[in-house]
Write a protein that binds this ligand. Structure first.
Ligand SMILES: [Mn+2]
Length: 502
């Protein structure tokens, strides 16, 4: 049906009159058959059908006769270059035709030579361009950053979470941890402590143009605020229901996203293998790649859906670096960890061209922009997201880029975009996703505390983590009814103002 609408829009009324609607419907159905949903573990057949945002190289069509005559006078290789469409990225065809019409035969050839020269400079050329940057394998510290301390060197202790609090009243010892929770350092600690949620810091920020996501985990631990006590909407205290630990930080090579993501993937997988839910605190959004890949390692390729909150599409591809904070989604789908139809994006509003959305439609992704929120209202969009999150897959991963929030609430992020979600919109959807689905992983990324002179950005990140912890606690207690709200905290009960007393 969607395809039919697109066809109708793309076809002028004059042309439409010569076709029957039935014929159009048949064409649309044929197209559906040609693009079946991908199977778990398979790469979607159309994933490389277009490179959104980049002009696809296509042979020139409908070249005017007079231009063809001019091109015929050129050496064969130059004529072929122009007709191949490769030069269109240097000089748009319409402008080229205009220039050629005014030019002498000699000048026409000069234009083509110029296009060839620029095209050649842009493309990678073996021998001229660097395609590998060598690491120093002679370094005595090649793996120091990631080698784990042998158990024999650890103080002797029984496996299990270690409380860093001196006082009976909790974690008020001045040693900051995520949500003031005890620390665990190994899978054995997680198993012995019957840990439900292990919070892992991943201070990686080479994948972001504007740095400082490196300080996200440290800021959230230091502030602490927003992570304890009972949630007002549900009267659930996640700290009392769940065994939560701070799993420390994953080691990061601060000069290499590529080396670091392997280590993050290992640590996330190690948590998930114990049955605990990894919460990964970034760090930039490159992390979604190792995080979700690790989850797929444990639960199966194509078995986990992803809800991705973001102002940006993060479907970038075809860039020189294979992974950065704008490309995790393409990489996950290209390696078949997640099927396009199981990807649900929420809060999009950065300035992307039509081709991005057209490509997402073609491969079956689910996107929810702020334009949809403007048209339908947040409540309707939220319900739709919640429904889609449980429709296709048994398990769900939630990736929360804090730039989905309006910069009014979240100035501390590297790539802010106006017109985003409020915290009042974000908290309920995060809590509900974590309560009403089989959540197997969660991340908060792109918090850059140095860009916010107040503590508000960090407080909001902590509050979102708390919203998900609340949801996981509700799930554990069996409170999975849609949109559960506590009767006690949402109604004083002294009058029957809303008319719901029986
Ligand atoms: Mn992002």
């Amino acid at each position: 049906m969607m395809k039919l609408k697109t066809l109708l829009l793309a076809t002028s009324w004059a042309a439409l009159s010569s076709f029957s609607v039935q014929a159009l419907q048949e064409t649309a159905e044929k197209e559906e058959v040609q693009s079946p949903p991908s199977l778990p573990g398979e790469v979607h057949s159309k994933i490389d059908s277009a490179t959104p945002g980049l002009m696809p190289v296509k042979p020139l069509k409908d070249v005017p006769e007079d231009i063809l005559a001019l091109l015929d006078a050129l050496p064969e290789a130059k004529r072929e270059f122009v007709l191949s469409g490769k030069g269109a990225s240097v000089l748009k065809p319409d402008l080229m035709y205009e220039l050629m019409r005014k030019a002498s035969t000699q000048e026409v050839e000069q234009y083509v030579d110029t296009m060839l020269t620029v095209y050649d400079q842009v493309q990678y050329k073996q021998g001229r361009d660097t395609d590998q940057i060598t690491l120093n394998t002679d370094s005595e510290n090649y793996n120091t950053w990631r080698v784990k301390r042998p158990k024999e060197l650890d103080p002797e202790r029984e496996a299990g979470p270690i409380s860093l609090g001196r006082y009976l009243g909790g974690g008020r010892s001045g040693i900051p941890t995520f949500a003031r929770s005890p620390v665990a350092l190994s899978p054995e600690d997680l198993v012995a402590g019957e840990v439900d949620v292990a919070i892992l810091g991943a201070p990686l920020d080479m994948g972001s143009g504007w740095r400082d996501a490196i300080h996200g985990p440290r800021a959230m631990r230091m502030l602490g605020r927003g992570t304890g006590g009972a949630d007002v909407s549900t009267m659930i205290d996640p700290g009392k229901v769940l065994n939560i630990v701070d799993y420390g930080d994953a080691a990061i090579d601060q000069l290499s996203t590529e080396r670091s993501v392997q280590e993050v993937r290992d640590r996330v997988r190690e948590i998930a293998e114990t049955g605990a839910i990894p919460f990964i605190i970034g760090g930039d959004h490159s992390l979604e790649y190792p995080n979700v890949a690790a989850i797929a390692d444990v639960y199966g390729k194509g078995k986990v859906g992803v809800v991705h909150f973001d102002a940006h599409l993060d479907t970038g591809r075809g860039r020189v670096h294979l992974l950065d904070h704008g490309q995790p989604i393409y990489r996950l789908m290209k390696e078949a960890h997640v099927r396009p139809e199981d990807y649900i994006q929420v809060g999009l509003r950065a300035h992307y061209s039509k081709s991005y959305y057209e490509w997402e439609r073609e491969i079956g992704m689910h996107y929810h922009t702020m334009a949809e929120v403007e048209r339908r209202g947040w409540d309707a969009v939220m319900e739709r997201v919640l429904q889609e999150a449980t429709e296709n897959t048994e398990f769900l991963y939630v990736s929360f880029d804090v730039d989905v929030l309006d910069p009014a609430f979240q100035p501390g992020t590297g790539t802010p975009v106006s017109g985003g979600l409020t915290m009042r919109e974000a908290i309920p959807i995060v809590r509900r996703l974590c309560a009403e689905t089989n959540l197997v992983g969660f991340d908060i990324v792109e918090l850059a505390p140095a860009l916010d002179t107040t503590y508000v950005s960090t407080l909001n990140a902590n509050s979102l983590m708390f919203a998900c912890l609340t949801g996981v606690a509700m799930h554990k207690k069996g409170i999975t009814q849609k949109g559960f709200i506590s009767e006690l905290s949402s109604e004083h009960g002294q009058t029957d103002y809303y008319g719901d007393k029986k």
